[in-house]
Design a protein. Sequence first.
Length: 324
Amino acid sequence: MLRSSQPLTGPNRRRCREDEMLLGTILDEGERGFIIDTRSAQAAKQARMTGGGTEPKSSYPQWRRLHRPLERGRPLQESFAKLVEACSDPSLSMDRWLGRLESSRWLSHVKAALSTACLAAQCMDREDAKVLVHGAEGTDTTLLVTALAQVILDPSCRTLAGFQGLLEREWIQAGHPFHLRCAHSAYSHARLKQEAPLFLLFLDCVWQLSRQFPFSLEFGEQLLLSLFDNAYASSYGTFLCNNEKERSLCKVKESTHSLWAWLNQPEEQQKLLNPLYSHNALVIWPSVEPQSIQLWQGLFLRWIRPSQYLDEAWAEIQRLVEEN
């Protein structure tokens, strides 16, 4: 699996021989690969007017391009804000609550992300094909799809250590602009153009996987909640800045502590582990039917509904597993 930004073909349909050679050498003679573009065909076409674009078939004859549009930027941020507003209003009737949940379209974004990740995983697992994923800059929806596909395909990414490595590789080092995307969140009245809860959408999708496959992930919901909290407000430097260059200039590693070092302390690790975990070497294929996608109550409702009883039940499960 590969990821990249969009090719810079522009309105004059410029070619880059080095790019064509690079993708050509990845495939053996007669082999075909798939390019998953996370923009619509129309959006990719419009991007040519500003210097971007997509791979022309004539220059990449062994690659088949598939468009699977995923929202990012303002539409995704507004969806998040509408969901938060609905979850924060305890006075809603059942009909109004369901209506506002549907109108937020958040669960539709979750479904679309999981569907696209499953497509990438299927191309690799069932077609035994190489896959290139890209959107516009390659630092938002691109990372969402490649990271989710690896959780689906690779059992090592479903361990606590492997998942941390996945986040470091696919989100932090790959340049997801955390500072811009998580600047104020849906709880602020300020609205910045660059805000978008892409990383939260990824965490929500992983939560959906953990709910559908409760024995296959070594970590539980508490890790996902901690990652959400630290992405938006943290005492650690792991999610600071927008890319490796900024972190180097700001001397983040020298001036701050790592979130991973804190989470990997034995006493903290114990809180994050899934007591029901059993190593599963198989690919986990999630259901993306509307009935299978659920609201992440542990996150979106945690400020208005106490989690005491769920925490007690979780502790009891852990006790029973340890005794046996």
